[in-house]
Design a protein around this ligand. Structure first.
Ligand code: ZN
Length: 282
């Protein structure tokens, strides 16, 4: 689909609100929800040598390790990948890629982890990334057949920028859903994209309601680690501090309302305790 037509999709979403139309029986909705599953991928590790940049200037001398995590949600209406990790090419640099004060390594490619569970990138219906930074959007170009879900501001920062910061080759014909708000992706409340500007202008998080694990919110970089959730310190690299604070409040209210658990994608302690692919979470 060309870019012109993708505007039509965006316009329809705006006109229809959630983009959800048509009636579906409660029973068939329940069946869809019961069969929802999610896979968790390790898509890199980040050694942060100067954590003071990320905890509002508070000094911590020892290096801190962040996980980098991506997720595949499998719904009867199609697969959705949430974040894509570093570009798979980082795996070729066993000593890591250094962008001071960060030191990034990757043991397994996202492609190989998808292959392990029998999923080809061409068959992934939706691609949504929390934001434009390369630890989250580095592998977008693997998904040349997916419908890409982004907030309008992040679409502009990636696809209308001279310096997007990541490889976007092969994405010329993708369909886009450009949002200025939420999207209930499968129209049953199980997978909802929620705008949370601040870290970047078009940052978003993902609400997922798994049948056994329960409701969770995948953080993107709204928070970088659980220490930051507790201290409420805004990282020094952040596009809009006031918006970040407002997004924190909004998501914390949603966590309470939905009785949901926050999954902080870069938090090593929390992420390493969660079973990873090829095991599925239900
Ligand atoms: Zn990140």
């Amino acid at each position: 689909m060309n870019r012109k037509f993708s505007w039509t999709v965006a316009l329809l979403i705006m006109l229809l609100g959630s983009g959800c139309t048509g009636k579906k029986s409660d029973k068939s909705k329940e069946q869809d929800i019961a069969s929802l599953e999610m896979y968790v991928f390790d898509v890199g590790k980040i050694q942060v040598n100067d954590i003071s940049q990320l905890n509002g200037g508070e000094e911590v001398k020892a290096p801190v390790y962040f996980t980098n995590t991506a997720f595949l949600i499998r719904h009867p209406k199609g697969d959705l990948i949430w974040d894509t990790g570093f570009a798979d090419s980082v795996v070729n640099h066993p000593m890591g890629e250094v962008t001071s004060p960060y030191y990034s390594t990757m043991e397994k490619t996202l492609s190989s982890q998808l292959d392990e569970i029998g999923v080809g990138p061409d068959n992934v219906k939706y691609l949504a990334v929390s934001h434009k930074h390369p630890d989250h959007s580095g592998n977008m170009s693997l998904f040349s057949e997916s419908t890409i879900i982004l907030q309008e501001a992040e679409y502009q920062a990636l696809f209308e920028s001279e310096t997007p910061g990541i490889v976007l080759e092969g994405l010329d014909d993708n369909e886009f859903i450009k949002l200025d708000g939420e999207l209930d992706v499968f129209c049953d409340g199980t997978v909802v994209v929620i705008p949370t500007p601040g870290h970047t202008e078009g940052h978003q998080v993902l609400f997922v309601n798994l049948p056994e694990t329960g409701p969770i919110i995948l953080s993107g970089d709204l928070w970088l680690f659980n220490t930051g959730v507790r201290s409420q310190a805004v990282p020094l690299f952040n596009e809009n501090v006031a918006e970040t604070s407002a997004s924190w409040e909004k998501v914390q209210a949603l966590l309470r309302e939905k009785k949901a658990t926050l999954w902080v994608q870069h938090d090593s302690e929390q992420m390493l305790a969660i079973p990873h692919s090829p095991k599925a979470l239900h």
